[in-house]
Design a protein around this ligand. Structure first.
Ligand code: ADP
Ligand code: ADP
Length: 232
């Protein structure tokens, strides 16, 4: 599972005064990665919010389908199971690293948590903490950088193992070693899943199967990186 379709989607905020999405259609074959590109305000975040049913489409605003099923007919609970979200600023609980990684999947074993942390490129960093996986984060524990928080969130999502991913890449400049770790962690996460990313890194855009260039709530261009480069 994990095939996504937007079918002539329209959406506005403020009781119709702010048009955010204005007739967007695209298909994401199962397991494909999509990079959403476009200037601020072009509608990238709204596309992710609609897929997660943060907002619902009304009558005449088109349809969003997962595996052929209208998402309005899927319960919030099963939708949340099917979709993993890695936000730009990952918020962690004031609890242990282990709890923060395992939270998404109740009852996960220490071995599963460690494997997820390895895949998310966080294991070595965690082993450097005084109490390893039992180290607390937040006010009463270690402070994690933005990139580290994001990798913990990636580990949590790996453990949850959803067929669909929504990613919002950080725009902030990260140092090069952190950048490489995150890149690797994201590769491991995206592998084999359908993903929609608000992409800021060139490498994410270049490696996506489909690039959607948005402008004023519409798809301005779409294709593979190669297709778009040859087009311009
Ligand atoms: P990004 O650059 O990551 O897309 P934005 O700056 O567009 O983020 O939006 C940040 C937050 O502000 C979002 O949660 C969005 O819902 C909200 N937001 C954006 N534009 C408006 C607006 N015109 N009115 C109210 N809230 C807005
Ligand atoms: P992007 O993610 O590409 O920056 P958004 O999807 O956040 O774009 O925004 C698309 C349009 O909708 C913009 O005009 C933005 O100001 C507006 N918008 C976004 N979120 C909100 C919100 N919560 N309330 C009102 N307007 C919003």
């Amino acid at each position: 599972s994990g095939e996504i379709e937007f079918d002539d989607v329209h959406f506005s905020y403020d009781d119709g005064r702010t048009t955010a999405i204005n007739g967007v259609s695209f298909k994401v074959p199962k397991g494909s990665s999509v990079a959403l590109v476009g200037e601020s305000g072009s509608g990238k975040s709204t596309i992710l919010r609609l897929l997660y049913r943060f907002y619902d489409l009304g009558e005449g605003q088109g349809r969003i389908l997962i595996d052929g099923q209208d998402i309005r007919d899927i319960t919030q609970k099963s939708l949340r199971k099917a979709i993993g979200v890695v936000p730009q600023d990952s918020v962690l609980f004031n609890s242990s690293i282990q709890y923060n990684i395992g939270y998404g999947k109740f009852g996960s074993t220490p071995e599963e948590i460690e494997a997820a942390a390895k895949s998310a490129q966080m294991h070595e960093r965690i082993m450097g903490f005084p109490d390893g996986y039992n180290t607390k984060v937040g006010e009463r524990g270690v402070r994690l950088s933005g990139g580290e928080k994001q990798r913990v969130s990636i580990a949590r999502t790996l453990l949850k193992n959803p067929p669909i991913l929504l990613l919002d890449e950080a725009t902030s400049a990260l140092d090069t070693s952190t950048e490489k770790d995150i890149q690797k962690a994201l590769q491991n996460l995206v592998q084999g899943r359908s993903s929609l990313s608000i992409a800021h890194r060139l490498s994410t855009i270049a490696s996506a199967d489909i690039i959607l260039v948005l402008k004023d709530g519409q798809i301005y261009e779409q294709g593979s990186f190669r297709e778009l480069v040859e087009l311009n």
